[in-house]
Design a binder for this molecule. Structure first.
Ligand code: CU
Length: 109
């Protein structure tokens, strides 16, 4: 129940953000945030309370080399069931100069 509440609240926030971006965003901002990157790596640590995950990620072509770094996730639910050491893959967007993970799941080894 509290989780559902949280989800609908962040969904509402996303809609508000999307509306705002539609009104205020320059074409440059839109192309930045519309382009998702594939990401592959290994979970180093998971912080659902902060909606962040630290990944040891592989090279992301056109974006960055492989490294260990912390990412924000769009929804804490994306982190459910993930543990340090899990091999994962997902999608990453750039939003307002920040990286945000919009999809993340375990890779079938
Ligand atoms: Cu990185």
């Amino acid at each position: 129940m509290p989780l559902n509440k949280l989800r609908s609240r962040s969904a509402a926030a996303l809609v508000a953000l999307a509306l705002w971006a539609g009104c205020q965003g320059t074409p440059d901002d839109l192309s930045e945030s519309d382009l998702p990157y594939d990401i592959k790596g290994k979970v180093v640590s998971v912080e659902p309370g902060d909606k962040t995950v630290t990944l040891d990620h592989e090279d992301i072509p056109g974006l960055m080399k492989g490294m260990v770094m912390e990412f924000s996730v769009q929804d804490a639910a994306l982190l459910e069931g993930l543990q340090p050491g899990d091999a994962v893959e997902g999608k990453l967007k750039r939003k307002a100069g920040e990286f945000i993970i919009i999809e993340l799941h375990k890779r079938s080894a």
